[in-house]
Design a protein around this ligand. Structure first.
Ligand code: ARG
Length: 454
């Protein structure tokens, strides 16, 4: 491509370090789409004549259908997907192929292709997250009234419902969807026509190529356009945040599936056995979702470090932008699918959840709140009185509700038999009627809202 200036070809090592075709061949669809938009515009502007435009467009269509079946070839001498496509075009249509690169550089070409690829990736992730949320809604509805312990510090804190817990996950994923949507809106400007860095003297129409490729319009500054990889970092940062959420959910699956918890039984489809311990049913998919989040964050850090300190405009370092994005995307898409599958198919074990919620004095706060409400006792004092009751129950090895009334009245005479009415887990959960609280009616109301807005 630059034979005019060079006498010798590159060494094998140069060829190897320079080539991006082993990974950027994944951009072939976007590369051909952008080239077709570009050549159509060159034709419309009278920069390339109609016969050459038609030959180039047909050649590109033929290459696309060939790659669809066979994939693009991986020839290191052709360096990247852009040169691979162009050289194939020359084989197919001859010297007219050389007109395709008029008023364009690989710098704006790769920036355009990669934006298009990341946009598709965002759309795919968005669809995956929507399906995940639908699965969460269905299971949350089913379990809007199923009692489980809520935890802080992984210590039993207060009873909640499983539906409430699943809707917490739904809310986390909702923020991820909005982060990806923000990233999409920000990336949707076309760098095509920025050429190498300074723009071009040809009378191109950047608005036309932008709209042909589904962008909202052209970017504003050619220097920025060929050196900007914010869109890739936006994607990686949203992916990192999303994978952190998935990892935390996966961790809960791992805990819930453990024998001491026994809150869920994972289906065969999402478990593995042990080659030595016949009884084992391991939550490998959940563990790998948890593990993958570390790799996804690593991809985000990799591109951050690549971009740090690069002067305007393009530098070859930027070729390293693609592998971390591709890797993170593959890991994220698989993680979302695995979490969706697990949520859809897991068997919840309500008896175990209820038993755990009933242990650990989870209604102690309800006891203290009752003292505040019925005895007009300041909360701090009520907390202290309840603490003494918990201490007594603990030393007797019984639940709060099993303490005799006389024992409670010995702690504080203002306690009467009505307190037992608030000490069951069902009463506790039903009482949490504040907006977004765990009362089953609240959970159902939030589910209905989520359904209406999804
Ligand atoms: N393979 C290159 C990349 O992915 C394409 C751009 C090459 N530009 C250049 N000035 N050498 O970044």
């Amino acid at each position: 491509m630059w034979g005019g200036r060079f006498a010798d070809g590159p060494s094998a090592i140069m060829r190897e370090i320079n080539a991006s075709i082993p990974f950027d061949k994944r951009l072939w669809r976007q590369d051909i789409a952008a080239s077709r938009a570009h050549v159509a515009m060159l034709g419309a502007q009278g920069i390339v004549d109609a016969a050459d435009v038609a030959a180039i467009d047909q050649g590109l269509a033929q290459i696309a259908s060939d790659y669809e079946t066979n994939g693009p070839p991986e020839d290191l001498t052709l360096e990247d997907i852009h040169m691979t496509v162009e050289s194939r075009l020359a084989e197919l249509i001859g010297p007219a192929a050389g007109r395709l690169h008029t008023a364009r550089s690989r710098n704006d070409q790769v920036a355009t292709d990669f934006r298009l690829w990341v946009r598709d990736a965002i759309d795919a992730v968005g669809a995956g997250l929507a399906a995940f949320q639908a699965a969460l809604l269905a299971r949350a509805e089913e379990h809007a009234g199923t009692i489980m312990p809520g935890f802080t510090h992984l210590q039993v804190a207060q009873p909640v419902t499983l539906g409430h817990h699943l809707m917490a996950w739904h809310a986390m994923i909702g923020r991820d969807r909005s982060r990806f949507a923000d990233a999409r809106a920000r990336l949707n400007r076309s760098p095509l026509g920025s050429a190498a860095l300074a723009g071009t003297g040809f009378a191109i129409d950047r608005h036309a190529t932008a709209s042909a490729l589904g962008f909202d319009g052209p970017t504003a500054n050619s220097l920025d356009s060929v050196s900007d990889r914010d869109f890739a970092l936006d994607y990686l940062m949203a992916a990192t945040q999303c994978s952190l959420h998935l990892s935390r959910m996966a961790e809960e699956f791992v805990i819930w599936a453990s024998q001491p918890f026994g809150f869920i039984s994972l289906p065969d489809a999402y478990s593995t056995g042990s080659s030595i311990m016949p009884q084992k049913r391991n939550p490998d998919a959940a563990e790998l979702v948890r593990g993958h989040s570390g790799r996804i964050a690593g991809c985000m850090v990799a591109l951050t470090m690549t971009m740090k300190g690069l002067p305007l405009a393009y530098s070859k370092d930027m070729q390293d932008d693609k592998p971390p994005v591709f890797e993170a995307h593959d890991l994220l898409a698989l993680s979302i699918a695995a979490m969706t599958g697990m949520v859809e198919t897991t068997r919840f074990v309500p008896e175990r959840m209820r038993a755990a919620a009933e242990a650990g004095f989870s209604t102690a706060t309800d006891f203290a709140d009752w003292l505040v409400r019925e005895g007009n006792i300041p909360f701090r004092e009520a907390h202290h009185i309840t603490g003494r009751a918990v201490k007594l129950a603990e030393s007797e090895g019984i639940a709060l509700a099993a303490l005799p009334l006389e024992a409670l009245q010995a702690i504080d005479p203002r306690i009467d038999a009505r307190v037992f009415g608030v000490l069951t887990v069902d009463a506790s959960v039903a009482s949490r009627t504040s907006h977004g609280g765990t009362a089953p009616d609240q959970v159902r109301a939030r589910i209905a809202e989520a359904r209406a807005s999804s």
